[in-house]
Design a protein around this ligand. Structure first.
Ligand code: DGL
Length: 273
């Protein structure tokens, strides 16, 4: 096994959304050690203020780095990445990969040049997201839908809940009603987890674009080109870490085990709920 294969990767999100990114990472880099961290104590992020999130994500990452000493961090959350990357990259020396809306590939792939942007209320309104649109989709009409309800549905689905098609059709109505729209960006890491249900609820086929594979390629390339010489050999067990002990974590057990997250742990943060 090479040293690259034994990197310890921390994947971070407010809730279970980052598991969609973890899936893509595990497919590309199956031998790495993964720590999945959910800030369930401050979930959901999509409705929180910028000032709160910048402080919060900084503090959670600080505690996670102290506890687990990862080689690389993936902020598997569009809501956080579109806001906090400059601050945390300035503060922490570990390589940090952010997940931001896949507007560039969506704009390239769209034939009609009308695309949907489905994210949290925070993400779809961010100046960073507007900059992505200006830079990569200036030839497109972009219809935005920000929904926390969809995030909650994905959380419930991973705990055994159902995702009613009528609810999805109500939330996505502005996108479904736009006749020329051919491409939808899943700009929240929770949404690929319910992609099958989204497809089933759709009135016609769409091109659904998410960031999972691009992030896996980016992480692979960083490990190969920048980090391989520096990595110690680790190879510990995969762990899921939460910021708040809650009963509903038990309901996630099957999902966590499917992703080889066999150990559950907690960090305690000042200021958590
Ligand atoms: N999964 C997160 C994202 O990609 C946000 C979910 C939340 O609102 O907490 O934006």
């Amino acid at each position: 096994m090479t040293q690259t294969a034994q990197a310890k990767i921390l994947v971070f999100d407010s809730g279970v959304g980052g598991l969609s990114i973890l899936q893509a990472l595990q497919q590309a880099l199956p031998a790495c050690e993964y720590i999945y961290a959910s800030d369930n104590g401050a979930f959901p992020y999509g409705t929180k203020s910028a000032a709160f999130l910048i402080e919060r994500v900084h503090n959670v990452l600080q505690a996670l780095i102290e506890k687990k000493q990862p080689d690389l961090i993936v902020v598997a959350c569009n809501t956080a990445s579109t806001l906090v990357l400059p601050r945390i990259r300035q503060h922490f020396s570990i390589p940090i990969v952010g997940v931001v809306p896949a507007i560039k590939p969506a704009a390239r792939q769209s034939k009609t040049k009308v695309i949907g942007l489905l994210g949290t209320p925070g993400t779809v309104d961010r100046p960073y997201t507007q900059e992505l649109i200006n830079e990569f989709a200036s030839d497109c009409e972009v219809i935005r839908v920000g929904s926390t309800e969809l995030v909650t549905l994905a959380e419930q689905f991973l705990r055994g809940g159902t995702v009613p098609s009528e609810t999805l059709r109500r939330i996505l109505k502005p996108l479904f009603d736009k006749q020329q729209l051919d491409t939808i960006v899943l700009a929240c890491t929770h949404f690929p987890l319910i992609k099958k249900q989204l497809i089933n609820a759709s009135p016609r086929p769409f091109n659904w674009v998410d960031s999972g594979d691009a992030i896996a390629r980016r992480v692979s390339s960083l490990l190969q080109h920048q980090l391989s010489a520096k990595l110690p050999c680790k190879g510990g067990q995969n762990t899921a870490i939460f910021t708040l002990p809650k009963n509903d974590i038990d309901l996630l057990q099957n999902t966590l085990q499917e992703l080889s997250l066999t150990h559950i742990d907690y960090i305690h943060l000042p200021g958590a709920n």
